[in-house]
Design a protein around this ligand. Structure first.
Ligand SMILES: NC(=O)C1=CN([C@@H]2O[C@H](COP(=O)(O)OP(=O)(O)OC[C@H]3O[C@@H](n4cnc5c(N)ncnc54)[C@H](O)[C@@H]3O)[C@@H](O)[C@H]2O)[C@@H](O)CC1
Ligand SMILES: [K+]
Length: 243
């Protein structure tokens, strides 16, 4: 289906306005809704079945995209999954990120650091899917370590272990899409607020596309050049079905 997109520049602008003095949202609020949306998309795409594997590996990057992943992991635990988080470069920007980690520990969710073995969780026998919360709309190529190696490992397993990308498939140029044949191809993309231009480069046969982060009124969407998305009842996400 065709959908309007907003550039990386406009997405940053939109975020700034939402969190500015007039609108008054906080980052913490938006991140909570973003992480909840991604967890809801996972429930929709991989409905929880008690007898089935339920481990989800969440890869969290150093910025707010990583924060969305930390929140998502907590909601996944509440939804009956067994998340494991790999968070090798922790943000020290605000105490909020370490509070998110404390909340994960409160839920007894393992949070692995740079010295821990995370690759063993890339095993489709135990793991249902991998959440790619490494980079979002502020990523500028080329990717720096340790995330280059992480992406290399993801590419090896992506045909058998579905990747769920948060906002942007990590390593893709936000406005141009995949940079080369080495880019990851997620099975699910959850665009936050509105799809960024790279989302129009997904192959709808390969990648299911959701929009989440139901935090703006229609008039605000129009101001940024897109129509509000059609969410069902209390859902935080909506699936964009190709027509
Ligand atoms: N309104 C929205 O849509 C919201 C968006 N949020 C999330 O916030 C994201 C944007 O967050 P940020 O601006 O913090 O940025 P990102 O999380 O995209 O990435 C920034 C971090 O990545 C590092 N980085 C950038 N390029 C790199 C490279 N080539 N190699 C290694 N490290 C690199 C930066 O040093 C910084 O630490 C969005 O994509 C979305 O996931 C939510 O948290 C809140 C609401
Ligand atoms: K991502």
């Amino acid at each position: 289906m065709s959908f309007k997109t907003i550039s990386s520049h406009m997405a940053a602008q939109l975020d700034k306005e939402l969190m500015g003095p007039e609108v008054g949202f906080t980052l913490e609020q938006l991140m909570e809704l973003a992480g909840l949306s991604v967890a809801q998309a996972i429930v929709k795409e991989f409905p929880y079945v008690p007898s089935r594997k339920s481990q989800v590996l969440v890869l969290a990057g150093p910025g707010n995209n990583g924060g969305d992943g930390l929140v998502c992991a907590r909601h996944l635990a509440l939804f009956g999954f067994n998340p494991v988080v790999y968070y090798p470069k922790r943000s020290s920007k605000t105490p909020f990120f370490s509070q998110l980690v404390s909340q994960l520990q409160f839920f007894k969710i393992p949070v692995l650091g740079s010295d821990d073995q995370w690759i063993k969780y890339l095993d489709e026998k135990d793991t249902l899917c991998v959440v790619d919360a490494i980079f979002g709309f502020s990523f500028r190529p080329p990717v720096r370590e340790p995330f280059g190696s992480v992406l290399k490992e993801l590419r090896k397993v992506q045909e058998r272990l579905p990747i769920v990308s948060v906002d942007i498939p990590t390593g893709w140029d936000v406005d141009e899409g995949p940079l080369d044949n080495e880019s990851i191809v997620p099975k699910v993309l959850v665009s936050l607020t509105a799809p960024k231009p790279c989302a129009s480069k997904i192959d709808s046969l390969e990648t299911q596309h959701y929009v989440g982060g139901r935090f703006i009124p229609g008039s605000f969407a129009n101001k940024y050049g897109f129509e509000p998305f059609d969410y069902d009842k209390g859902d935080q996400v909506t699936k964009l079905v190709p027509t």
